[in-house]
Design a protein around this ligand. Structure first.
Ligand code: ADP
Ligand code: MG
Length: 227
């Protein structure tokens, strides 16, 4: 009955996970509701009116950001094993994220060092969500714009994806905190993006590592071992 035990454990984990997320989303929604109620008063000054609208909107943005990090992750334990072609997955993800990059004056350069197509096993939606969360962090690390390079390569026993940015970088202490739930240095951050990334990579039996230099940039490397 081992299988049954595993399934129960997963249900329990999913229950906790869902509770955490709904809690995280309820907070900004409650604050939005509060500011909308304040807006419903007579004789508000123009400045207060504007302030309440901005605060209400920022609650919605926050809730949206939390959902964004999780969007395709709603079924964390469905674990499809599709044959994914890396270049195709990356291009699909880039179509989605490029407008956001352009808005932030960030150029994304891709380079497929391998000549032949590379395949890995996993679930397309999850891989794309994972890459998107990483690229989003890279974009957000460059408040004045910059450059991201995204490379794929074939190593002797592995397939590698690397993402580097020219952003603010991280200290050793920050590097050690990566992937801790709710760890964020951003005013509007969720601290959930990398939690999702790491759990997807784990599910796909991959390995992820980061190296970084303050004020120079960050490199992230993902390895999928191949037999
Ligand atoms: P969020 O982006 O909502 O803050 P994440 O889990 O995606 O949450 O990231 C957690 C933290 O890790 C970020 O707030 C940031 O401090 C740091 N971080 C992640 N990626 C990078 C990067 N490419 N450059 C600099 N800091 C990063
Ligand atoms: Mg993030």
């Amino acid at each position: 009955h081992k299988q049954r035990l595993v399934a129960l454990e997963k249900d329990r984990m999913f229950g906790q996970f869902a509770a955490t997320i709904s809690h995280e989303i309820r907070n900004p929604l409650t604050s939005t509701k509060g500011f909308l109620q304040l807006l419903d008063q007579k004789e508000l000054s123009f400045n207060d009116h504007k302030r309440y609208v901005d605060l209400a909107l920022s609650g919605v943005d926050q809730a949206n950001a939390i959902l964004g990090d999780y969007l395709n992750y709603a079924k964390p334990f469905s674990n499809l094993q599709e044959q994914l072609e890396l270049k195709e997955e990356i291009e699909a993800m880039l179509r989605f994220i490029t407008p956001f990059a352009t808005d932030h004056q960030v150029a994304i350069h891709t380079c497929h060092e391998n000549e032949e197509p590379l395949y890995i096993l996993g679930e397309s939606k999850k891989l794309r969500q994972c890459l998107m969360n990483l690229i989003k962090n890279a974009i957000e690390s460059m408040p004045n714009g910059g450059r991201i390079s995204l490379r794929t390569s074939k190593l002797p026993n592995a397939v590698q994806i690397s993402i580097s940015d020219t952003g603010v970088g991280m200290s050793k202490q920050q590097l050690n905190s990566l992937g801790m739930p709710f760890y964020t240095t951003k005013e509007q951050g969720t601290g959930l993006g990398l939690v999702v990334v790491m759990s997807i990579i784990k599910m796909m039996n991959g390995k992820i590592s980061f190296s970084s230099h303050l004020n120079q940039g960050t490199q992230c490397s993902i390895l999928f071992h191949q037999k």
